[in-house]
Design a protein around this ligand. Structure first.
Ligand code: SAM
Length: 291
């Protein structure tokens, strides 16, 4: 009997858009995403959907991104069938540790922990949800969390991450000393992925996950992180600021250059003092303090 065939779709897109697309691929059923030679390779399992059905889902995703104002005209998609026994090992070999300049290293669970990795090492299973550390916004949120943790901990040991994805920010928060850590996401698959990653890091007793959104933020947080989209950040500003203790730190990301002025205005209007603006590859992260 012939082994089942996996669908591998190669997606060529400019770097910023590639990052956005790779964030959406797990949500539309891709079990593994790799980056090679400026292209994304997205694996879809055999049996679930035909090649044409996956193709249509990918086109729908691109139409959604175009409707959200992203330039998708140059995106090209190519198809390659892959025999079942090959893909998992092939994909795994493409995943390397991510070493961030701010003393945070992210490794997949199948690599041996290595004492030479600098700073705090987090184990994150990639390909399950957004938040592997590859995206600029995740990297800047991790570095901001690390930089402002000591200051925030003096205010309160409560931490919340709104839109937690893989749970990577909540996991770092627990590792740097926050005692009451909550991750929130409105996608049940992200919550499952985060719980899996929490177990990999042996932090089951330190982090809680809840399915839902901004109204679940607990009061009195020393720090809140939210890596979402510009529109949501503005809508949720009052709820996020209300859940911060006096002197608490709010880390906001997921906006592109140009969208940040509106968020900065909303932060100031809600009584936040802007502490820092980080920017990588057109993605902006704003850090504010409740005055
Ligand atoms: N925190 C991770 C990081 O920094 O890499 C993941 C961020 S990812 C860009 C955004 C996450 O927010 C996704 O997991 C998505 O399911 C979740 N999300 C989107 N809209 C939301 C909402 N209205 N309330 C709660 N979570 C939301």
């Amino acid at each position: 009997m012939k082994p089942p065939v996996w669908h591998l779709f190669w997606i060529s897109a400019p770097p910023g858009l590639r990052d956005v697309i790779s964030g959406f691929l797990p949500g539309i059923g891709s079990n593994g995403v790799m980056e090679q030679g400026g292209r994304l390779g997205a694996y879809f399992p055999p049996g679930n959907r035909s090649r044409e059905e996956v193709w249509n889902v990918l086109q729908g995703m691109l139409e959604g991104l175009a409707a959200a104002g992203l330039r998708t005209e140059t995106v090209r998609i190519e198809y390659e069938p892959v025999e079942d026994q090959d893909w998992n090992e092939t994909w795994k070999r493409t995943i390397q540790p991510i070493v961030l300049g701010c003393d945070v290293t992210i490794v997949p669970p199948w690599l041996e922990p290595d004492a030479s990795y600098p700073g705090v090492t987090l184990v994150i299973d990639p390909g399950t949800a957004f938040g592997t550390g590859h995206h600029e916004t995740t990297a800047d949120c991790l570095c901001a969390l690390r930089e402002y943790a000591r200051e925030a901990l003096e205010v309160s040991q409560g931490f919340a991450d709104l839109g937690t994805g893989t749970g990577v920010l909540a996991i770092l928060a627990a590792r740097v000393g926050f005692k009451a850590v909550l991750g929130i996401d409105n996608d049940p698959d992200a919550i499952s992925a985060a719980l899996h990653n929490i177990r990999l890091n042996r932090l089951e007793n330190s982090i809680r996950m809840r399915l839902g959104t901004v109204d679940l933020l607990p009061p009195g947080c020393g720090m809140i992180t939210a890596n979402l989209f510009a529109g949501l950040l503005a809508d949720y500003m009052a709820g996020m600021v209300g859940a911060l203790s006096q002197g608490g730190i709010l880390v906001l990301s997921g906006m592109l250059e140009g969208q940040d002025t509106r968020i900065e205005r909303a932060m100031k209007a809600s009584g936040l003092h802007l502490r820092e603006r980080l920017s990588r590859e057109r993605w902006v992260t704003l850090i504010g303090m409740r005055g």
